[in-house]
Structure formats: structure tokens, C-alpha cells
Design a protein around this ligand. Structure first.
Ligand SMILES: [Zn+2]
Length: 164
């Protein structure tokens, strides 16, 4: 959900609930059931709930992270230190999936969408056989496995030729 235009009072209240004593800046007020800090912003007589780490990202970067997943590099869900936050690849990944679901493939050789598993499947062809290399959440992960396997097979082929 988009974050509304912030007011000075929102920002002051936000930082008043943050403990910056450690490397992680700990959110000390309300939490979601999944362990994320949550901020209530009063607008037009109702409260808009915004995740605390997303609000911190917004304040630090001046950009609304709407449509993006914001990851904690510290894996501390209550942390709001912008140094520990980064954009995840979720949106990009969902775009890849959307493309795959409309009949396109990943655009990467050896990587295709396995709708049944909701994952990207990696495989390489070798001596006319398909070698299955597993399923991955993102295209880059699957691609890196495919590339590594191709290199491995290629170097083995080289070795075979050298011996022959
Ligand atoms: Zn942290």
C-alpha cells in the first residue's frame, strides 16, 4: 500500500518509538503478527497502517517502496535502520512470472516457469538429454545454476577431447 504524504508530527512520533542504541534500530511500538513494526498514521479520521521498516526506507530514500518488497539484510524484522534495508527482487520476479504466465519464457536459455510448482526450473541439454537442475524462486538464481552447469559440462567436454 502506498504511504501517504508524511507530516512532521508523523516523523517525530516515528523516531520517538525507535531505539538506536545498537547497530539495529529497534522499533519499540506496535507489531504485526508476523513480527514487523507497524505505524498508525491518522488521516481523515481513520488510521492508515504502514510497516515501520517501509516508513524508514521512505524517509531515508524519499521514494515510496510501493510495489517493492523491502528486505532486512540483518534479518531483524523490528529493525528500521535504513542501512539494513534494501529493495528485494520481488517485483522483478513477479514481472518475470507474469510474463511466463502469459506464455512467454524467462528470456534465459535453460530456464522456464514451472507453473505447477510456482518456481523457475533450470535445465541444460547435454548429449541430447535434459539434465534437471532444480527449481528456484528467481530467474537469476536458476540462471546462475544453468550457467555453472554449462561451464562444467563444457570443461569436461574439453578434457574428453584432450584425452581423445
Ligand atoms: Zn538491523
Amino acid at each position: 500500500m502506498a504511504i501517504p504524504t508524511l507530516r512532521t508530527v508523523d516523523i517525530e512520533r516515528f523516531w520517538a518509538k525507535v531505539d538506536k542504541a545498537g547497530g539495529c534500530w529497534t522499533w519499540t511500538a506496535s507489531k504485526t503478527s508476523t513480527g514487523y513494526g507497524v505505524v498508525g498514521l491518522w488521516r481523515d479520521g481513520r488510521t492508515i497502517m504502514v510497516k515501520a521498516h517501509r516508513m524508514s526506507y521512505f524517509l531515508a530514500n524519499g521514494a515510496d517502496p510501493a510495489g517493492m518488497d523491502i528486505d532486512h539484510t540483518c534479518h531483524n524484522t523490528l529493525c528500521v535502520n535504513p542501512e539494513h534495508l534494501r529493495e528485494a527482487t520481488h517485483k522483478q520476479n513477479m514481472e518475470h512470472r507474469a510474463a511466463a504466465n502469459t506464455g512467454n519464457v524467462s528470456g534465459v536459455r535453460g530456464v522456464h516457469w514451472a507453473a505447477r510448482y510456482q518456481k523457475w526450473e533450470a535445465q541444460v541439454k547435454h548429449h541430447g538429454k535434459s539434465l534437471y537442475l532444480g527449481r528456484y524462486d528467481t530467474v537469476p538464481e536458476a540462471e546462475s545454476v544453468v550457467v555453472a552447469k554449462r561451464l562444467e559440462l563444457f570443461s569436461h567436454n574439453d578434457a574428453d577431447r584432450a584425452v581423445a
